[in-house]
Design a protein around this ligand. Structure first.
Ligand code: HAM
Length: 458
């Protein structure tokens, strides 16, 4: 059997790859209005960054990282040697740790500066058990804002994400926005202890994993899918009752901004998220129908201590990431299909091989004029060339034969109106050259703009 793509990965074939390009361009356009600028960081980082940034006890770091050893170091390890910590590399499971590392390394938020507003789009890697909506390589679009603690940052971040979903075609009525506050270093320790004490009192009703969680990170038990644990955790102490005054005020202010923007949301005091860096605001966007269990299409929150974890000075942060593939599933569930990627404005069909050189130069003139031009490259019959032009969705087909060439003409058929007419070759070339020189209005002209008027001319 021919070699297949690795488990948990997916090829984006042309129609979808073109949609992904459109998806990223829409993101850049919308988030640009909020002042976000692009950043590109490596797809692998020192393993240590994720251990310190995301948290050693998280599933993402302890179970799901793809760790890479370069050729020389692998040899050393296989021969029983050891490699330096900085040579231990992991594929990024998410984009926040790398972005924050870059902000610290390049001092993008010097003291007193305006916040750094950054956005990224690209592949992330998690060695999870693949299922619908859960892959080992998947694409995220994310934003991070570093250097501002104000709740307006959290609110505008959430609002622009919801605006993006709507712009891309995911109906807002099909989504549910969950929000919560995770508190801060002042109020969370006491809350963790309260949850731990509660879990200890119910230890015999919890799964083994949750018993372990009670010791390391009790709040993760809110995410356990075991029905027994879910039932126990429903009555566990809620963070909202334990927030300090500053956190309560911050949370209230985020909600007030969301209310002001007319966004509806559900407060979920059990929303804890799977990464350790969050403080205060956390949120998640779910799709309510047709997605199965992997229904979170995006999520994020505030991380006011993360820069310090990776060795920088205190710099508050907020961000989120959305999952591209899950957005595609949500779009499919809402009845959308990818628009066809292929476009062809002008197809030049050859009656025989003697006219190929002239056809080749005519197609080239079309492309220089900004049109999508194509010709046959397999020496097909004229009939098959018409079939191909049809398959490509060509708007116009020019037929060039030895007789036409001798008369200095080409027969052009409008594939929509089926009207056909002979045009002098120098005239068509002059028309194309007119559009070919200077950029036309800063954009490619449409086939109608180039050929418009020709049909009515006679
Ligand atoms: P996350 O919730 O782990 O957060 O991932 C964000 C989104 O990525 C999820 O809502 C989901 O749509 C998508 N996603 C995650 N794992 C997979 C997977 N295995 N297959 C397909 N899609 C997946 C983060 O990654 C944080 N870095 C977000 C953030 C940014 N928080 C602050 N700043």
């Amino acid at each position: 059997m021919a070699i297949q793509s690795p488990e948990g990965t997916r090829d984006l074939l042309p129609d979808e790859a073109k949609f992904w390009t459109h998806f990223k361009a829409t993101a850049a356009e919308i988030f640009g209005r909020y002042g976000y600028l692009p950043i590109e960081t490596p797809v692998f980082e020192q393993t240590e960054l994720f251990v310190r940034g995301i948290g050693e006890a998280t599933d993402v770091v302890s179970k799901e990282m793809f760790t890479a050893i370069s050729g020389e170091n692998l040899k050393k390890l296989l021969e029983g040697g050891s490699v330096k910590a900085k040579s231990r590399l992991s594929m990024r499971p998410e984009g926040t740790a790398g972005t924050v590392r870059a902000v610290v390394q390049h001092d993008l938020v010097p003291q007193g500066a305006a916040p750094a507003k950054l956005m990224y789009a690209g592949p992330m890697f998690r060695a999870e058990r693949p299922q619908k909506g859960r892959q080992r390589q998947f694409n995220q679009v994310g934003i991070e804002c570093l250097g501002a603690e104000d709740p307006s940052v959290d609110a505008e971040g959430i609002i622009m994400l919801m605006r993006f979903y709507a712009a891309i075609g995911i109906p807002v009525r099909a989504t549910r926005l969950l929000v919560n506050s995770m508190g801060c270093e002042t109020c969370r320790p006491a809350y963790r202890e309260a949850v731990k004490a509660y879990m200890d009192a119910h230890a015999d009703e919890l799964c083994d994993e949750c018993k372990r969680r009670a010791e390391i990170n009790p709040l993760r038990a809110f995410d356990c899918k075991n029905p027994g644990c879910t039932a126990v955790m429903e009555s566990a102490p809620k963070i909202t009752e334990h927030l300090c005054d500053d956190c309560r005020e911050h949370y209230l202010s985020v909600k007030t901004y969301l209310d002001g923007a007319g966004l509806s949301y559900v407060e979920d005091p059990t929303l804890v998220r799977g990464l350790d860096y969050y403080t205060r605001t956390v949120f998640e966007v779910q799709v309510t129908e047709g997605m199965g269990s992997q229904n979170a299409i995006g999520g994020g929150g505030r991380y006011d201590k993360l820069t310090e974890e990776v060795g920088g000075r205190p710099t508050p942060g907020f961000g989120w990431a959305l999952g591209y593939e899950r957005c595609v599933l949500a779009l499919e569930a809402a009845g959308h299909a990818f628009p066809k990627a292929q476009r062809c404005d002008f197809f030049v069909a050859c009656v025989d091989a003697s006219v190929r050189a002239e056809a080749f130069s005519l197609v080239q003139a079309c492309r220089d004029a900004g049109l999508v031009g194509e010709m046959d490259h397999q020496r097909r019959s004229l009939k098959s060339q018409f079939k191909l032009a049809d398959k490509l969705g060509a708007s116009m087909v020019a037929v060039l034969g030895p007789d036409e060439l001798a008369r200095g003409e080409v027969t052009v058929r409008n594939m929509q109106t089926h009207r056909e007419r002979a045009i002098e070759l120098p005239k068509i070339k002059a028309l194309l050259a007119h559009f070919g020189g200077e950029p036309f209005d800063g954009r490619a002209p449409s086939v109608d703009e180039v050929f418009g008027g020709l049909d009515d001319a006679e």
